[in-house]
Design a protein around this ligand. Sequence first.
Ligand code: AHG
Ligand code: MN
Ligand code: MN
Length: 341
Amino acid sequence: MENLQHTTLGEFIIENQKQFKYSSGELSRLINSIRLAAKIVNHEVNKAGLVDILGEAGETNIQGEDQQKLDVYANDVFKSALINREIVCGIASEEEDDFVTIEGKENSHSNKYVVLIDPLDGSSNIDVNVSVGTIFSIYRRVTPEGTPVRIEDFLQKGNEQVAAGYIVYGTSTMLVYTTGHGVNGFTLNPAIGTFYLSHPNMEFPDTGKIYSINEGNYVHFPQGVKDYLKYCQEEKDDRPYTSRYIGSLVSDFHRNMIKGGIYLYPTSSKSPQGKLRLLYECNPIAFLAEQANGKATDGYVRIMDLKPTELHQRVPIFCGSPTMVEKAEAFMAKYPEDKNY
Ligand code: AHG
Ligand code: MN
Ligand code: MN
């Protein structure tokens, strides 16, 4: 029988509502909408091997990358969950060229929050039945309520995030999020469609033995990264470390948070700005990392201190167990010229 003593995500959201600085219930409703969309996308992701929805939708996103069908589907589900419930005043998505303005009833533009989202992260892994995810980030608008959102509502520093989280569609589906009071993880019981609090107060171990990077790009990496990788592989003290790389940021991050480790997606001569997006991937991941005893930098500067200049901006990221990130930063510091990517 279902164990009825465990906290559900719905209960947790209500119980923790009073922690929010401006507690009107709006943020709780927003997270509830994300919870609902997550269950719908989960259902579709689980069926991916069964129905004829594999392959590419035949479109490319603004960054010129192929969109998989489930990218489009997940984008639509999260967008409509948020738009139909009139829970936010604007959305920016990795899969949309521009931000979406939500007018609300009688053009009131009355909601306070904007959501930035990577609807399906690691989408190249769908075809091979490997974990994918969704990443979200929530801010209070900076422009006046009652007016349409503007670009500055989305180009806020990560420091300003009110909440952030991810869903990992893995062997189990989990929703992990923070509102600035630690990180909590909830596991979906698919039989009854309920998320249960399974991982309270998640924290990165201070250090770990895992490094995660696409080492195929080695020859293109900056010298500081090459030196750090040689350090990881050196036979000394608790090294060499173990290399683990799934190619889904959400899954790589999730594993490292539980086991201890570092994730790196640096600049390279192939991707001079790095690959991951500041607004949809790096900022929410950085907020989660810091709320979970971890660190996230671009190799030199804290990710959440970076001032975004455009919606689809990319930055390098080094995140994970604090001692490991600090060590990687020490290697980068020897090459200050690589700071200006
Ligand atoms: P997305 O599927 O949202 O485009 O993100 C893919 C990202 C990230 O999830 C992953 O860690 C990284 O791209 C993998 O990139 P490489 O294949 O270059 O290693
Ligand atoms: Mn992604
Ligand atoms: Mn994506």
